[in-house]
Design a binder for this molecule. Structure first.
Ligand SMILES: Cc1cc2nc3c(=O)[nH]c(=O)nc-3n(C[C@H](O)[C@H](O)[C@H](O)COP(=O)(O)O)c2cc1C
Length: 257
């Protein structure tokens, strides 16, 4: 069973590729949250996989919140294989350590990272990758996923992640500040002269956090945001901005080559 969360499609695609290679079933974390479905059962010998994007050198809070409520029947300590795959634009810092702690009594057997195009655009200095880099990351991903799938199939006990430099500073100092100050949806807004109320933002939101206002047809965000950026990247008219910072930034949504 592979649990996945994704904002702009990278992790969804990686989860799907792994599921295909390994013959695993997929579980959409956002769907589980929407249904209030936190209790699942493992079949005999089944492994538990987690695929999610890296958010400020750690797992997305929505994934950690899910795990805090989640219960898995059929888990056998010392036997059940459990792994995580963090997609990232660059590096994951101490994501594997943070994730292992969040799992509590469940042992994390292996951790992997897969570099994919960057989707973080809300701070100065952060933008989507240049087109050529975006393309080369997507082109390199299948080989990396083959390697990850082989290690999982062998039940390898490995930590195979790109932690990057200053991992402690990034995951233990910057991340808590980021989570406290930069996870709010209050600054998202659609420009009424560009938005045609197509609803792509509503459909893209895994948290069901966006509705179109009955009066003016403009999207409204309701404070239950995972900061996945699906809405801003998915808007076909670039009508959605986050304050002024995103006006000149790129947009990205995973498409296979
Ligand atoms: C809120 C946020 C924080 C991010 N932080 C990191 C990070 O710490 N390191 C990194 O390499 N990429 C970071 N990224 C980029 C994403 O992890 C990366 O693009 C990921 O593959 C997106 O996955 P998705 O398409 O499944 O949503 C961040 C993206 C977002 C939205």
């Amino acid at each position: 069973m592979i649990y996945w969360f994704s904002g702009t499609g990278n992790s969804r695609w990686v989860a799907g590729q792994l599921a295909r290679r390994l013959g695993e079933r997929l579980m959409d974390i956002a769907d589980c949250v929407a249904r209030g479905d936190y209790r699942h059962s493992l079949q005999p010998g089944e492994s538990i996989g987690w695929v999610f994007p890296t958010y400020s050198w750690g797992p997305p809070p929505v994934v950690l919140d899910f795990i805090a409520r989640w219960h898995i029947d059929g888990y056998e300590k010392g036997r059940t294989y459990c792994y995580m795959v963090a997609t990232c634009g660059d590096d994951v810092g101490l994501t594997a350590d943070i994730f292992a702690s969040a799992l509590g009594y469940i042992d994390l057997s292996a951790a992997f990272s897969v570099q994919m195009p960057n989707n973080y655009i809300l701070l100065p200095g952060f933008d989507t990758d240049p087109a050529e880099l975006e393309r080369s990351k997507i082109a390199s991903a299948p080989r990396r996923i083959d390697g990850v799938a082989d290690a999982i199939a062998r039940r390898g006990r490995v930590t195979d992640v790109v932690t990057g430099s200053h991992k402690w500073l990034k995951s233990r100092v910057i991340r808590p500040l980021f989570l406290r100050l930069l996870m709010s949806d209050k600054r998202f807004a659609a420009d009424p002269s560009l938005c045609n109320s197509c609803g792509a933002c509503v459909a893209s939101c895994p948290m069901r956090n966006i509705t179109l206002d009955a009066a003016d047809g403009m999207p409204r965000w309701h404070g239950c945001c995972a900061m996945c950026l699906g809405c801003i990247h998915r808007c076909p008219r670039r009508a959605i901005q986050y304050g002024k910072i995103t006006r000149a930034k790129g947009r990205y949504y995973f498409k296979p080559l």
